[in-house]
Write a protein that binds this ligand. Structure first.
Ligand code: FES
Length: 96
């Protein structure tokens, strides 16, 4: 095991893109689109050395409305997130 200490990212964004066929999942409620848009926006804004966006598996808040997004170290969880909410997520990311 390797321990990576003092990672330089200020914020880590987790976007659920989990896919399932037997019940609701974030892949079916814009998870992949929100992940792609946040990645695109971070690069466009030249924030990629400060903000790391990662797609994840299930974060435990599956629903039929929108994906689950988490921002660390802020400990902010956004449930039922839709594309229409993405500006709010971006605003959270540029706030200190
Ligand atoms: S599938 Fe995204 S929170 Fe469960």
């Amino acid at each position: 095991m390797k321990l990576l200490k003092d990672v330089h990212y200020k914020k880590h964004v987790l976007v659920c893109c989990n896919e399932r066929i037997d019940r609701e999942c974030c892949a079916n409620v814009s998870g992949k689109e929100i992940f792609a848009e946040l990645k695109r926006w971070v690069i466009e804004q030249h924030l990629s050395s400060d903000i790391w966006v990662t797609r994840t598996g299930c974060l435990g808040f599956c629903n039929k409305i929108g994906t689950t997004v988490v921002i660390y170290p802020d400990k902010k969880w956004f449930l039922e997130t839709r594309m229409g909410d993405i500006d709010k997520i971006k605003q959270e990311l540029i706030c200190q």
